[in-house]
Design a protein around this ligand. Structure first.
Ligand SMILES: NC(=O)C1=CN([C@@H]2O[C@H](COP(=O)(O)OP(=O)(O)OC[C@H]3O[C@@H](n4cnc5c(N)ncnc54)[C@H](OP(=O)(O)O)[C@@H]3O)[C@@H](O)[C@H]2O)C=CC1
Length: 254
C-alpha cells in the first residue's frame, strides 16, 4: 500500500502518521482530512509526502487504504455523502463501531477491517489487533510494529476492552506519587522514582520467556512488602471489581 488516507487526525491519527514516517521512511504518500487545521498543517510541514486534502472525499479518492479515526459519535458525519469505491481498503480503528454498522454506509464490496492501533505505534513498538485478517492490512500494520489478527469480532472486542485499561494504569502511578508527596517527599523525586520503578516493569515485560504470573512471583519475596500490598489491596474484591468493569465495557463495545 503506497497511498494512505486518514480521516480524523487526532491523537491516534497523528500517531499513525508519525509511525509511517518513523526512521525517515518515505515509502508512502499520506493524505489527511482537513479538520483540525493546526495539527494537519504541522504534520504536512514536518513530513515530506504528507498532504492535507480539501475534504474527506478527496482523502478517499487519493488513497488505496483509508483509515477512519474519528470518535465514535462522529463517523456518520465524517462519511456522510462520501463515496468509497470497492477498489479501496477501509480500516476502522474506532472503538465500539462494528463493521456491520460501517458497512451500511460503504459500497458492498469494500474490504473493511477493524484495527486497534495503540499510541506506541508512533515508534513502531506495539502490536495492532485486526479483524478480519486481510493480507494487505496485515502487512501494513506488521511494518508499523506487528499485527495480531483475531478469529472473530467477539475476540476483537475483548482486545478492545483491554486497551480501555491503559489510562487507569497511568492514574495508578499518579496516585502512588501523590501518596508519597503526601508523606512529605518532594513531588519531583516521587515522580522520578515511580517512573524509574515502572520503566523497569516495562522492560521486564519484554522477556516473553516468563509468564506474567511468573514475573509477579519472581518479583515477590514471601511475606514481603509486595505480597502485602497485592494481598491487602489487590484482593479478591478489588480484582472482581476490575473484571466486572471489563465485563460491562465489553457489553458497551459489542
Ligand atoms: N487515542 C487512542 O489511543 C486510540 C483511539 N482509537 C479510536 O480512534 C478514534 C479517534 O480517537 P482519538 O484520536 O483519541 O480522538 P481525537 O479526538 O484525538 O481525534 C479525533 C479527530 O477526528 C476529527 N474529526 C471529527 N469529526 C470529523 C469529521 N467529520 N471529519 C474529519 N475529522 C473529524 C476531530 O476533529 P475536532 O477535534 O475538530 O472535532 C479530531 O481531530 C476513536 O474512535 C477511538 O476509539 C483507537 C485506538 C487507540
Amino acid at each position: 500500500m503506497k497511498r494512505i488516507g486518514i480521516i480524523g487526525v487526532g491523537e491516534i491519527g497523528r500517531a499513525i502518521v508519525t509511525s509511517l514516517r518513523h526512521g525517515g521512511d518515505e515509502s508512502t504518500e499520506v493524505f489527511l482530512s482537513p479538520r483540525g487545521a493546526r495539527a494537519t498543517a504541522e504534520l504536512s510541514e514536518r513530513y515530506e509526502g504528507v498532504r492535507v486534502c480539501v475534504d474527506n472525499q478527496e482523502v478517499v479518492d487519493r488513497s488505496e487504504l483509508v483509515i477512519i479515526a474519528v470518535r465514535r459519535q462522529d463517523w456518520r458525519d465524517a462519511l456522510a455523502g462520501v463515496r468509497v469505491d470497492d477498489d479501496k481498503i477501509v480500516v476502522n480503528v474506532m472503538a465500539g463501531v462494528g463493521n456491520d454498522d460501517l458497512r451500511r454506509t460503504l459500497a458492498a464490496g469494500v474490504p473493511l477491517v477493524r484495527a486497534i492501533p495503540l499510541p506506541a505505534i508512533r515508534e513502531r513498538r506495539s502490536v495492532t489487533v485486526v479483524y478480519p485478517s486481510h493480507p494487505e492490512v496485515n502487512s501494513f500494520f506488521d511494518r508499523l510494529g506487528g499485527v495480531l489478527p483475531v478469529a472473530d469480532e467477539a475476540a476483537f472486542n475483548v482486545f478492545s476492552a483491554l486497551t480501555g485499561t491503559l489510562t487507569t494504569h497511568y492514574a495508578y502511578l499518579a496516585t502512588l506519587t501523590s501518596w508519597a508527596a503526601g508523606q512529605g517527599i518532594a513531588p519531583e523525586d516521587a515522580d522520578r522514582y515511580v517512573r524509574s520503578l515502572f520503566q523497569g516493569v516495562g522492560r521486564s515485560l519484554s522477556d516473553e520467556t516468563r509468564s506474567l504470573h511468573q514475573l509477579a512471583a519472581d518479583h515477590e519475596t514471601p511475606n514481603g512488602s509486595n505480597e502485602r500490598i497485592r494481598t491487602t489491596w489487590f484482593d479478591q474484591v478489588n480484582s472482581q471489581a476490575l473484571t466486572g468493569a471489563l465485563d460491562a465495557l465489553l457489553i458497551h463495545l459489542a
